[in-house]
Each structure stands twice: as structure tokens, then as C-alpha cells.
Design a protein around this ligand. Sequence first.
Ligand SMILES: [Zn+2]
Length: 242
Amino acid sequence: MDQDGLDFMAIGAHADDVELGCAGTLLKLAALGRRGVVVDLTDASMGTRGTPAVRLREAAAAARKLGVTRVNLGLPDGRLADGWEAQEKLIRAIREHRPRVLITHHWSEEHPDHEAAARIVKAASYKSGLAKLDCPGKPFRPQRIFHFIGGEMQTPSFCVDITAHWRGKLATIHCYKSQFHNPAAKKYSGRTDISSAAFLESIEARHRVWGARIKRKYAEAFVSVELPEVLDITALGGARFA
Ligand SMILES: [Zn+2]
């Protein structure tokens, strides 16, 4: 294990993606004493509601709740593309923080930026380990990439029980006052899918479905291209409803 590095890096195309995808798992990791960083790839310049400055403040508030540091790579929102510009920025961040595990979007998603993010993460993770790469920093390759499942129904490789952190997850989502349904935030106008009450209900339904799969109330689901190795088969979750 690299003693200098962090345990995990969670990477989203936009600030709030990580909260929607895996905030419960990040809160659980924080409770276990794991150290991590959240990386937002884009600058929120295309958001229908709120401004980039508002979104940065909201992201900082959510990071405090998650117990992580947070960086924004400033890539163009709505035009995120897998190429050297994006890969190089992420490789610099990976080499600086040296995370053992990367967590990011699934590669099949409605939003093209999310799909691009998954490809950028895969390429940057591999290239970061190349000794002769023309990029600052000491070579380092993370051990694992886990993809959180968004709106499309993928088959998970594993689920994480987040029942104890469900309210905490919602609190991180509600840090984005400009983005999600909030009757008190009338100053943000512009109809978007995610600003409807139905969106938050669908988020809860999705987490209840994943929870039911492992006989827990709420869970987050992940896909791993590599088959995850189980070190102790007697240490898995209980698989009985509490
Ligand atoms: Zn997004």
C-alpha cells in the first residue's frame, strides 16, 4: 500500500454527480476513517439553474459534509470530451493524490458528459502509471475503478448498504440548492428534470431497489469491469432484512 496516497478518489463530470451516485458510500468510508478526494471535471457553465460561482459554493458545502477535499478541473461543461487535455488534468490529480480506488460514472448514461467522464477516468488511470508519460508527477496507477450506477438499469457487480447514511446522503444532495427540488429556493428558475419533486422520489426508489437486492433498506450499486476479489467470504453482509 502506498502510505502517501489517499484511499479513494471519486470523480464526477459535474458537481453533484458524485453525491447522487455514491455519497452514501463516501460517508461510510469517512466513518471507517478512509481518506479521499472528490474531483469535479467540469466548470458548471452550462447549468440551467444557478451560476458557476453558486455551484462552487454548493460543492464546497457538500464536500464538508462528505469529509473530503474537493477539486474542480475546469473542463468545459456540456462539451466534455475524452482526449489528452482532460486526461492530462486528471493524471496530474491522480499523481498528486495517489488514490488506491477510483469511483466514477458508468460508461452508459443519458448525459454525454457522464459517458465521456467514464472514458477519461479509464484512460487517465492507466496512463498515470506510465513511467515515460510526458506529464508532471511520479507515476502511479490506482488499483481499482468502480462505476456507480445512474439512471440506467445496469447489473451491479456489488451493492453497498447505505441505510445508516441515507439521510446524510440526502443532506449532501440538498447542498445544491440551485439544482434540486426546494420550495424555499424560488430565486432559481428554469425547469429541469432534476429540479422536480419527482426526481428526488425516483432517487429514493432507485436506492430502495438496490437495497432490496441485498436485503437492506437503502443501497448504492456499482459495476466493476474487473471481478472484485473477496478476501474473506465469511465477512460479507448478512443478507437478511433487519
Ligand atoms: Zn452530471
